[in-house]
Design a protein around this ligand. Structure first.
Ligand SMILES: [Zn+2]
Length: 403
């Protein structure tokens, strides 16, 4: 390392320290505490306190992309056991637009959801949806996937948009890369993500945001040493929580597990650890064992609309002709509204006719299944029997597989 690089690093370090000490002067509406830890795995259970209420972890966040968890109203989400939902900044920024949401002082009142909300930064959707997106040091320039209009999304913009959305947890803008990626591309993306996180933190401080936490996102592709570098540089920023990004982007499942297993312990212990865009019930059970506290994924809601139901004895496809004469509930072990009142035969009929109620009843069941799975894991961790819980879960799911 040459002298000028060392001087630059020192200067940067002192700027970050200054930023951190300024941010600590006011009372902040966000707290995370670990309540119990598993003695055999890295699983832990805890509580996140936000301006909109408490969240018990590990937690799964149903995805409400456009300001609605598809097919459900907020009361139904609460009845399913949802504690926090996720909304997408990119989509809400384009439609209906911040100006409309400002009329309601934020997303909570606009969509009538009173619990905590996490918003992503918009970066992932620009990466996956927008046409002609171009990335520079300034931010993303992209064209809307709706009307082709041109937009620029900078780290500062994303903080301000999420401020208007009024989410309880906001995410730093990051650069997600596709799989597979060359090492140099992964390295550049992680360095840019770190510089953008510094800018997000500064924008968060300058705007005196006191009731919205700011999480950083670890990148680094499928390179372990780059993941380490990313985690280390973001940890210095003392953000309120940390996410593992860039997973579930097309890599083999074993690789996704390996990267999550490697990255999660690198993140600060006393902050929530969030694995973005994951996953199936088995993914959640595995990754809670690695020490993950938060998840989001479209699987329970999207699959419900495609007729796939998760049950305590494996996954079933309600479209299957074998369910036509089945008078039993979707999952005999489930006490949700759908399983308490309707049969597999009726759900099969609704799905075959593409009735609107099919989407709603299937989604109620899948969300309830996910919420109960997380609750069962929290209890198993508290009673220090998480390892046995994992073994039992894998055995039951493997025995019945997809019907
Ligand atoms: Zn059910």
């Amino acid at each position: 390392m040459n002298e000028s690089k060392q001087a630059h690093d020192r200067k940067q370090e002192s700027a970050i320290e200054q930023m951190n000490s300024k941010a600590k002067t006011k009372k902040f509406m966000f707290k995370f505490s670990v309540v119990a830890e598993s003695s055999e795995t890295r699983a832990r259970t805890g509580v996140i306190e936000t301006a909109s209420g408490r969240i018990e972890t590990p937690v799964f966040m149903p995805v409400g992309t456009l300001g609605t968890v598809k097919a459900l109203c907020p009361e139904e989400l609460v009845a399913c056991g949802a504690q926090i939902i996720l909304a997408n900044t990119y989509h809400l920024y384009l439609r209906p637009g911040v100006g409309v949401i400002d009329l309601y002082s934020g997303l909570h009142r606009f969509m009538n959801w009173k619990g905590p909300i996490l918003t992503d930064s918009g970066g992932f959707q620009v990466f996956s949806l927008a046409g002609m997106s171009k990335i520079t040091e300034i931010g993303y320039s992209f064209r809307s996937h709706i009307d082709g209009s041109s937009h620029l999304l900078t780290p500062e913009d994303t903080v301000l948009i999420q401020k208007s959305l009024g989410s309880d947890i906001m995410m730093c803008l990051d650069q997600c890369i596709a799989y597979p990626a060359e090492r140099k591309a992964a390295e550049n993306a992680l360095e840019l993500t770190t510089r953008w996180a510094e800018r997000c933190k500064e924008a968060h401080r300058q705007n005196e945001i006191m009731d919205q936490a700011l999480f950083g996102i670890v990148q680094g592709g499928m390179y372990k040493d780059l993941r380490e570098r990313s985690a280390k540089s973001l940890a210095r920023l003392d953000l309120h929580g940390y996410a593992v990004g860039g997973l579930s982007v097309g890599e083999p499942k074993e690789m996704m597990y390996e990267m999550a297993d490697h990255t999660l312990p690198l993140l600060p212990e006393h902050k929530p650890r969030y694995v973005m865009g994951v996953g199936s019930p088995a993914d959640l059970v595995t990754m809670v064992g690695y020490g993950a506290d938060m998840f989001d994924c479209v699987i329970p809601t999207r699959n419900a609309r495609n007729g796939q139901l998760f049950t305590s004895i494996g996954t079933i496809n309600i479209n299957n002709a074998r369910f036509k004469h089945d008078t039993g509930p979707a999952d005999p072990a489930c006490g949700c509204y759908t399983c308490s009142n309707y049969s597999r035969g009726y759900l099969h009929h609704l799905y075959r006719c593409r009735e609107l109620l099919s989407y709603r009843l299937n989604t109620i069941h899948n969300i309830s299944f996910y919420m109960r799975l997380m609750q069962d894991m929290r209890e198993a961790i508290k009673e220090d029997r998480f390892n046995a819980f994992q073994r039992d879960f894998y055995n039951r799911q493997a025995e019945f597989a997809i019907l």
